[in-house]
Design a protein around this ligand. Structure first.
Ligand SMILES: Nc1ncnc2c1ncn2[C@@H]1O[C@H](COP(=O)(O)OP(=O)(O)O)[C@@H](O)[C@H]1O
Ligand SMILES: CC(=O)N[C@@H](CCC(=O)OP(=O)(O)O)C(=O)O
Length: 292
C-alpha cells in the first residue's frame, strides 16, 4: 500500500463531508449478495462500513442473499441446485434448506458481524410481523404462452416497512433475509434482489446498492457498462447480454429507479470497502441504473 501523509489522510476524510451532508437521515438499502461474501476480511469490511454509515447519520438497511451458501448445503445432502431465469427451483426439502441457510446461518452471521463492529443489528425474515407478503410465482415460459411452476418461490405482494422504519428510528440496523409469507403462513423463497428493490421503493430510499461478484453489468466483450437506462436494458435482455442471476437484479434495479429511488447501483462486492467508496466518495464504482 502506498504511504500517505497526515495531510493527505485528513483531506481524504474531509472529502466525505458533502456526502455525509447529502445523505444524512436518508435510507440506503444495501443488497449483500451471497457471491460477495467471499472471505472473512471482506465480510468484516462490509460490516464495519455499514456501522460507519449508521454512525454518520444515514439509515442503512441490509437485505442479504446466500445463493452459493444454499447450494453448499444442498450439495451436502446430495441435492443439486437448479435455476430457471435466475430463480431457484424450490421444492419442500429445498425450502427447508433455504430457511435454515438464509433465515438462520447467513442472517445471524451478518447480524453478529455488525454487532461486533459496534452497530446494533436486528435480523428479520418476511415472516416477522408478516412484513413481506407473497404468493406463489409462476414464471412465463420461453415462448411467453404458458407458465413454469418452480415450486415454493414467491412473488412479492406487498411490503409493510413499518417494522423496518421503527428499527431505523431506534438506531438499530435491520438485516433482512428474503423470505416471504402468504395469508396461510406458508413461507416462500424470494430472490434477494427483488426484496431489496421493493423495500427500497417502499421506504422511499435515497439509494439502492446491489453488491455482487462482477465489476457491474458487462457487455458481450466483458467491458463495464457504467450507466444503463430502460431502453439500453431492453436491448441487453433481447440480445442475451444479461442472463442468469443478473436478470432479476437488473429488473429490480430498473423498477426501483422508475419508482422513485434516486440512485441505483450495481457494484463489485469483492472490492474491500466498496460500500464506502460508493457512498462517501466521488469514485463511481460499478453500473448506475437510470429510468431513462
Ligand atoms: N451482462 C452481465 N454482466 C455481469 N454479470 C452477468 C451478466 N449476465 C449474467 N451475469 C451473471 O450474473 C452474476 C451475478 O448474479 P448472482 O450470481 O445472482 O449474484 P448475487 O449472488 O450477487 O446476487 C454474475 O456473476 C454473472 O455470472
Ligand atoms: C428464488 C431464488 O432464487 N431465491 C434465492 C434467494 C437467495 C438469493 O437471492 O441469494 P443471492 O443474492 O446470493 O443470489 C436462492 O434461493 O438462491
Amino acid at each position: 500500500m502506498p504511504t500517505i501523509s497526515p495531510l493527505e489522510k485528513a483531506e481524504i476524510l474531509s472529502e466525505a463531508l458533502p456526502y455525509i451532508q447529502a445523505f444524512f437521515d436518508k435510507t440506503i438499502v444495501i443488497k449483500y449478495g451471497g457471491n460477495a461474501m467471499i472471505d472473512e476480511e471482506l465480510k468484516e469490511g462490509f460490516a464495519s462500513d455499514v456501522v460507519l454509515l449508521k454512525l454518520v447519520g444515514m439509515n442503512p438497511v441490509v437485505v442479504h442473499g446466500g445463493g452459493p451458501q444454499i447450494n453448499e448445503l444442498l450439495d451436502r445432502i446430495g441435492k443439486k441446485g437448479e435455476f430457471i431465469q435466475g430463480m431457484r427451483v424450490t421444492d419442500a426439502e429445498t425450502m427447508d434448506v433455504v430457511e435454515m441457510v438464509l433465515g438462520g446461518h447467513v442472517n445471524k452471521e451478518i447480524v453478529s458481524l455488525i454487532n461486533k463492529h459496534g452497530g446494533k443489528a436486528v435480523g428479520l425474515t418476511g415472516q416477522d410481523g408478516h412484513f413481506i407478503k407473497a404468493h406463489k410465482l409462476y414464471l412465463k415460459d420461453d415462448a411467453g404462452a404458458g407458465t413454469v411452476d418452480i415450486g415454493q418461490v414467491g412473488e412479492i405482494e406487498s411490503i409493510d416497512a413499518t417494522i423496518v422504519s421503527h428499527l431505523d428510528a431506534a438506531d438499530f440496523i435491520p438485516v433482512i433475509a428474503p423470505i416471504g409469507v402468504d395469508s396461510k403462513g406458508e413461507s416462500y423463497n424470494i430472490n434477494a434482489d427483488l426484496v431489496a428493490g421493493k423495500l427500497a421503493e417502499t421506504l422511499k430510499a435515497e439509494k439502492l446498492i446491489l453488491m455482487t461478484n462482477t465489476p457491474g453489468v458487462l457487455d458481450k466483450q466483458g467491458q463495464l457498462l457504467t450507466g444503463l437506462t430502460a431502453t439500453k436494458i431492453d436491448a441487453l435482455f433481447a440480445d442475451g447480454t444479461i442472463s442468469g442471476g443478473m436478470l432479476p437484479k437488473i429488473s429490480s434495479a430498473l423498477d426501483a429507479a422508475k419508482n422513485g429511488v434516486n440512485s441505483v447501483h450495481i457494484i463489485d462486492g469483492r472490492v474491500k470497502h466498496a460500500l464506502l467508496l460508493e457512498v462517501l466518495t466521488s469514485q463511481g464504482v460499478g453500473t448506475m441504473i437510470r429510468a431513462n
